[in-house]
Design a binder for this molecule. Structure first.
Ligand SMILES: Nc1ncnc2c1ncn2[C@@H]1O[C@H](COP(=O)(O)OP(=O)(O)O)[C@@H](O)[C@H]1O
Ligand SMILES: O=c1ccn([C@@H]2O[C@H](COP(=O)(O)OP(=O)(O)O)[C@@H](O)[C@H]2O)c(=O)[nH]1
Length: 236
């Protein structure tokens, strides 16, 4: 039995490149999709938000000196590409997925319409939310918090490059230690950078918990969905 009936899963875009310099690594995306499939088989309804760092990083050099909003629209388009790749990989693995975009690009993907998204979830389809929030100056973490609240997810799961929230950035400070639990107020007050403050604040206000765990650790997603001890829980 899953511990959550409906989840919003945020997948790191950057992790999609695997050991490549940029882009989508085939083995990595297939592995991620199979992990999602495992939790759908537990009877959990899954909505996904995916980042764009793997593609955007590859073009970021060209964005130097660019208008911030324009660069952010490029980042959002990168998430559309990742969403299409993700949904297609799901199709190849025998799942049914629908991509919904926050910016209109109708020949490519259908627009985000909340009741339609809810319908797909009830039908057991995986919904992939593309183009972030549709607004520059935001991140896909904030999009995950927003969509998570909108669809009534019981938790936002952030599958990222680190295995939880640490006292400091573990990539910079080797003495940092991991929290098992931390409150939103403490995470915000200590300015812990694992997620942006907008995403934290939105989830706090909506009383929507967040679980941060490693995208690289095999089986971690399933353990999280089964309510086992894994990663860090950020709670009200
Ligand atoms: N206090 C902290 N605890 C954990 N990770 C942190 C912390 N501060 C900064 N980080 C960094 O945040 C990164 C994850 O956030 P982000 O860049 O949004 O990744 P993603 O690709 O999943 O969107 C980690 O790679 C880690 O180095
Ligand atoms: O609502 C949003 C979501 C994303 N972005 C842009 O899209 C990029 C890619 O998303 P993100 O960095 O969150 O992806 P990840 O870190 O998971 O690879 C961001 O840097 C922003 O430039 C944006 O402008 N608004």
């Amino acid at each position: 039995m899953p511990a959550y009936r409906r989840i919003l899963l945020k997948l790191s875009g950057e992790a999609l490149m695997g050991d490549d310099a940029y882009g989508i690594n085939r083995a990595t995306i297939v592995r991620m999709v199979r992990e999602v499939q495992e939790v759908t088989q537990l009877g959990c309804e899954v909505a996904v938000v995916i980042g764009g760092g793997n593609i955007f990083r590859g073009v970021a050099g060209g964005s130097v000196g660019m208008d911030r909003a324009t660069a952010d629209y490029m980042g959002m388009l990168a998430t559309v590409m990742n969403s299409l790749a993700l949904a297609d990989t799901m199709r190849q693995e025998g799942m049914t997925a629908r991509v919904m975009s926050a910016i209109s690009i109708e020949q490519v993907v259908e627009p985000y319409v909340r009741p339609k998204a809810l319908q797909y979830l009830e039908e057991g389809k995986v919904v992939v939310f593309a183009a972030g929030t549709g607004n520059p100056f935001f991140t896909t973490d904030t999009a995950a918090a927003l969509r998570g609240a909108e669809i009534g997810a019981q938790i936002v799961l952030k599958a990222t490059k680190v295995d939880g929230v640490y006292t400091a950035d573990p990539k910079k400070d080797p003495t940092a230690t991991r929290y098992t639990n931390i409150s939103f107020d403490e995470a915000i007050a200590k300015n812990l950078q694992v997620m942006d403050a907008t995403a934290f604040a939105l989830c706090r206000d909506q009383k929507l918990p967040i679980k941060v765990f490693s995208i690289f650790k095999s089986g971690a997603l399933k353990r999280v969905v089964q309510g086992e001890d894994e990663g860090t829980l950020v709670h009200v």
